[in-house]
Design a protein around this ligand. Structure first.
Ligand SMILES: CC(C)(COP(=O)(O)OP(=O)(O)OC[C@H]1O[C@@H](n2cnc3c(N)ncnc32)[C@H](O)[C@@H]1OP(=O)(O)O)[C@@H](O)C(=O)NCCC(=O)NCCS
Length: 144
């Protein structure tokens, strides 16, 4: 990831329309972001990806935590400038296809705040199954 990409991802992660939906919704200082990103190199439990379009606009970010169960946990945020254009749905369809066929991932679990209408609709549209409601979160899993 270039320094420019890293800075944009940091700005988007702190955007009020994104951070309010996250488990940790506090503003992240740039120094902490840099430390987190460099720490990923030695972390085999987590992968983080940038989603770009063909014009190299930064559409958002998707991350996987392989240590979660029953399946690895997926997180996502989309750049608010590109909300409601089908990017989350289309990129996740493509990502799941790839993760299953190339890495052999058997499925994905997600944890979504109950009042996050967009993300709950995204899960439903992707075909994920709501299997638990706990502490203000909906828990979904999707078997590939
Ligand atoms: C949730 C999020 C990922 C959706 O991304 P997106 O690219 O705008 O979603 P899509 O355009 O692919 O839409 C997928 C579906 O969700 C619906 N949707 C999206 N945002 C919505 C909203 N705010 N309210 C209700 N429905 C919404 C879309 O209409 C579409 O459903 P439809 O085909 O039935 O109309 C994006 O809003 C986001 O990043 N939010 C902030 C961070 C976040 O919530 N991350 C997930 C944490 S669990």
């Amino acid at each position: 990831m270039t320094d420019n990409d890293s800075r944009t991802i940091w700005e988007l992660r702190n955007h009020p329309l994104v951070s309010i939906r996250m488990v940790n919704n506090e503003i992240i200082p740039y120094y902490n972001h840099q430390k987190f990103i460099s720490g990923l190199a030695g972390n085999t439990d987590k992968d983080y990806f940038i989603i770009k379009d063909k014009n190299l606009n930064i559409i958002g970010s998707v991350n996987i935590d392989y240590s979660e169960s029953p399946y690895p946990e997926r997180g996502i945020f989309i750049n608010p400038a590109f909300f409601n254009n089908g990017h989350a749905y289309n990129s996740m369809k493509e990502f799941y296809e790839y993760a299953n066929s190339r890495w052999g991932l058997p499925g994905i679990m997600t944890k979504v705040k109950i009042d996050n209408a967009g993300s709950n609709r995204l899960e439903e549209k992707l075909g994920a199954l709501l299997y638990e409601i706990k502490d203000g979160y909906n828990f979904y899993n999707l078997s590939f």
